[in-house]
Write a protein that binds this ligand. Structure first.
Ligand code: SAH
Length: 341
């Protein structure tokens, strides 16, 4: 049932743009870019959609409930790719350093200021895992950070790790949906999404929510898995490419993928400013081979078996990620922008 959500989102974007022009060129809003407004969708379709994304959300929550402990025991509290300079050492310490470098490179790319007067003071970590970024950013900037994740196990662990570091007054975590964030408008001066965007079934709504909770002038950073940009003559990815992505979707509870330029279009439609994107696929290349090697150690292998089928299925899909990168189908992208002041 997750499979049918894997249609190419670029098609969705394109057909909805057509719909917009048929409606007489109305201003693009998040809902126009992805789907007709709720009220114009038939009740049955509305119900089916709610079920599809609820089911996806339930899968995501269970996947991370079951697999986060294993990941942490081998890789620590950052559940994201590392950023590697050419010739970086491939030790486990090197990998952990590369994960911190990923955070630093993202901040640098988005030109987040270290200046005491301009540095972020209120941060939201959307799809926070066990709070690796939340605690790092809170400490780095002396900021308050609120993390949201779908996994109750992650919230509990994130809280425990924060308490152990005496950060419980600075960082907090809750189970909440990125597409319906439990925050008022304009709250945060840094909006951070590290490798959670690929899980979002409606990218327009996702970016819309990031923009909504951002304060005027806030920086928004999305680091995420994308598919390659389509060429002007292409309507969608090739069937064999979609096939490979589907296998990854099933193992990691992902809906349809989009490209970095789809994200840029969405950000433009929301009137976000200073939109910048980069392809960091080359810089993350050593990561998945290292994860596979760690799963093949005795500790990795036995913990994997104990973590159950969902985690094992995730591990079995790791070679598909490498294949996707090798075929230049999967892109590791950063998209950064600012909310207008
Ligand atoms: N950013 C973290 C975790 C990345 S793993 C880190 O870098 O360590 C992906 C995270 O996205 C998980 O915590 C998962 O629960 C969260 N996630 C996925 N879909 C979500 C949604 N709709 N709302 C909130 N969190 C979501």
């Amino acid at each position: 049932s997750l499979l049918h959500t894997c249609e190419p989102p670029s098609l969705r974007l394109r057909s909805s743009l057509h719909r917009r022009s048929r409606l007489g060129g109305r201003t693009a809003t998040p809902s126009h870019l992805s789907l007709p407004p709720r009220s114009r969708r038939p009740a049955a379709a509305r119900a089916a959609m709610t079920t599809a994304s609820d089911e996806l959300g339930k899968g995501i929550a269970e996947f991370y409930d079951k697999s986060s402990g294993l990941w942490e025991s081998i890789w620590g509290d950052h559940m994201h790719h590392g950023f590697y300079d050419a010739g970086a050492p491939a030790t486990i310490t090197g990998h952990r350093a590369a994960q911190i470098q990923m955070v630093e490179e993202a901040l640098r790319f988005a030109a987040v200021s270290d200046d005491p007067l301009k540095k972020p003071k209120r941060i939201v970590d959307v799809g926070c895992g066990i709070g690796g970024s939340s605690r790092y950013l809170a400490k780095k900037y002396g900021a308050k950070c609120e993390g949201i994740t779908l996994s109750p196990v992650q919230v509990k662990r994130a809280h425990a790790l924060a308490t152990a570091e005496g950060l419980e007054d600075q960082v907090s975590f809750q189970v909440a949906d990125a597409l319906k964030q439990p925050f008022p408008d304009g709250q945060f001066d840094l909006v951070w999404s590290m490798e959670s965007g690929e899980h979002m079934p409606d990218k327009t709504k996702f970016v819309g929510e990031l923009a909504r909770v951002a304060a005027p002038g806030a920086t928004i950073i999305i680091v995420t898995w994308c598919h390659r940009d389509l060429s002007p003559s292409e309507e969608s990815l090739q069937p064999n490419e979609l096939n490979l992505l589907n296998k990854i979707c099933n193992a990691y509870y992902l809906p349809a993928w989009c490209s970095a330029s789809d994200y840029v279009k969405i950000a433009q439609s929301l009137s976000l400013e200073d939109i910048k994107t980069a392809d960091w696929s080359e810089n993350v290349a050593p990561f998945w081979p290292a994860v596979i090697r760690s799963a093949l150690t005795w500790q990795g292998f036995t913990s994997l078996l104990r973590s159950g089928w969902k985690t094992i299925r995730g591990a079995l899909a790791m070679p598909f990620m490498i294949e996707g990168y090798n075929k230049k189908l999967i892109k590791f992208a950063i998209i950064a922008c600012r909310k207008p002041t």
